[in-house]
Each structure stands twice: as C-alpha cells, then as structure tokens.
Design a protein around this ligand. Sequence first.
Ligand code: AMP
Length: 362
Amino acid sequence: MTLIAPGGHIGILGDGQLGRMMALAAAEMGYFVHIFGQEENSPAAQVSHRSTIADYNDKIALEAFANSVDVVTLEFENIPTDTIMFLNDIVPVRPSRQVLEVTQDRLLEKSFINNLGIGTAPFANVESIGELTHAVQQIGTPAILKTRRLGYDGKGQTKIDHASQIDTAWSEMKNAPSILEGFVNFRLEISVIVARSANGDIQTYVPVENRHKNHILDITLAPANISEPVAKRAEEIAQTIATKIKLIGLLAVEMFVTLEDDVLVNELAPRPHNSGHWTIEACATSQFQQIIRAICGLPLGNPVRHSNATMINLIGTDIDQWSDIIDDSKNSFHLYGKAESRAGRKMGHVTKLLPLDEKPEI
Ligand code: AMP
C-alpha cells in the first residue's frame, strides 16, 4: 500500500463528533482533513482544513472531493455503497465497499460472523408477517425485531414478549426487511476495538464494559470486569473478524457476555466508536490516531493503556452541567460544538483516569 505521509490530505465522509475527533488526531499528525457532510458548521467541519456540504449521491461534489484528497475514510457506515464505489475509482477508500456491504445489513453481518464459527443471538430473516410468525415460533420469546438496515441506538427495533404482539411489531417495521433475534440474557455488554493495517498487522484495545440508558451508550468502563479467558476470547473474536473481512482501518465489535460467560457478537461498526473515546487520555495511541495510521499506511501505534478509565457521555441537557464538570480537575472534558442540545443527542463526553490497579466503577 502506498504510504500517505504527514502533509497528505485525508477525506472523511460524515461530519459528526467521530469525524471531529478523527480530524483533530489527523491534524496533530500533520495531515489536512477535508470533510464531506450535510450540515453547515458541523462538529467535524469546525476543526477541519476544508469541508464540502453536499448529498452523498452528488457525483460532481464527490468527484471534486475525491480529487482533493489522497485517501477517504468514514465516520459512519451507512454511506451508500455506490458512493464508495464511485470514490474508490478515483482514490482509495478505507474501509472498503465489501466491509460496508456486510456491516450495513444485520442479516449479512450475523451470517458472516456465524460462518466464522463465532456465536451471535439466534436470528431469522423476516420479510413478511407470515415469516415473522414462523420466526417467533422457531426462536421463541422474548425476541427483538430489528430492521436489517439503518438502525442505531435502538432505532428500528421492537421487543416481542408474546406472540400476541406480532401484528403491532410488524406494522412498526413498515414492511422493512428485518431480522428477529432471540433475546440474550446477558451479564454485561462489552466491546473491543481492533485496528488492522494493509499489511495485515493487527492491534486491539482492551475489552471495555458498556452501559446504556434509553438504548444510547451512557458509560464505558475500561477495562471490563471480566475474567482473563473471556477477555482473551473477546479479543480473538475481534481479530478474526477484522482479518476475515480484510479490514483496513478500525472496527468496533460489540458483544454480549452471557451468564455462562459465553461471548456473542451483537454488532460491528467499521469506524471509531463511542466506547473507544477513553483511549484519547488512557492509551499511548488513541483510537482516532490509530485509524489515521491504518488508512495512511503508517505502522499501527501501541494501544496499551497506561491508566484505567471511565467515560461518561453527555447527552441532551447533561451539557447544562458543563461548568461543574469542568471544575473537577479529574475530568477530561470534550464538547462536540453542537449548537442545540436535543434529547438523546450526544453533546460531549467526560473521561476520568484511574490507576491501573483501581477498578473503574460508577
Ligand atoms: P443494537 O442496535 O443491535 O446495538 O442494540 C442496541 C441495544 O439493545 C444493545 O446494546 C443491547 O443493550 C440491546 N439488545 C440488542 N439486541 C439484543 C438481544 N438480542 N438481546 C438482548 N438485548 C439486545
């Protein structure tokens, strides 16, 4: 892979907080960032060299964007794959279209994972009410019906506790192709972030515990309170998926640890992840610097942590407490530059470092 040396130009599709933190890391390493997004004065554009505001299907804008950079990456996985193909004819896009095709569709994603011998919740493809009825009989209740595409933070999901809820659940999906998943009675939710470079080098961050509120990540505890063998299994799973999917870049693997200590994969995100924000302060190389290294053909950095950490998301009106939060000298404080704090909107986050021998707890 050709090396893109510092001084080169990186294009990022998407203009939210992940793009912002990637752009900041890229700038620290001497790169110039061009953001392709939809919003005026977006979190990412505020801190970048250049920005283009255009639709993801606008070929003229995409061509000019591609011609202005040496490599393209993305901060969210639901970019149309035609757009990725179009850009990739002009400039390398990392991660590739093939990675996005799998991770944009829950059915393809879970099938891919199972084919590697890695466990997930039991699932069935559902495209009609007849198929949903059959899937509920097969998988049992409770179960979760999820749209195959475009769901995040619990959107496009509905729980089915009893067969009598099938009609309502299916009408909520509005005929979108979906999957029914068996409900996992998990002990905790964890994630592993793995980086892979073009020459196959791989580095993983330690598994962390993720706690959600209203389906949105609330708190990350690094490291997760799991046994050594469970942590090893989780890291192996992330590495196997990254290798087999031929990743160049970063992949977050969200997993359930069951009451029996089995590790099941829930979801993949081929980009930096909210559960990796703690790496900015606690690791030699943050997830944001790591993805820049991977996509530019630089050697991967050391992901080892020098501290334990807790990361707390500031969601919606949490941000009104900013002056108290900033007053506490133990807090590393991050704001994303969003003008308006709507309910459920990620406005910023706070990281607290702890010594390596102290368990992160809230
Ligand atoms: P997802 O959009 O698939 O990441 O799901 C959002 C959240 O819903 C997860 O982080 C879990 O807390 C919960 N969830 C999703 N799928 C399942 C499942 N099969 N069993 C239990 N909880 C689930």
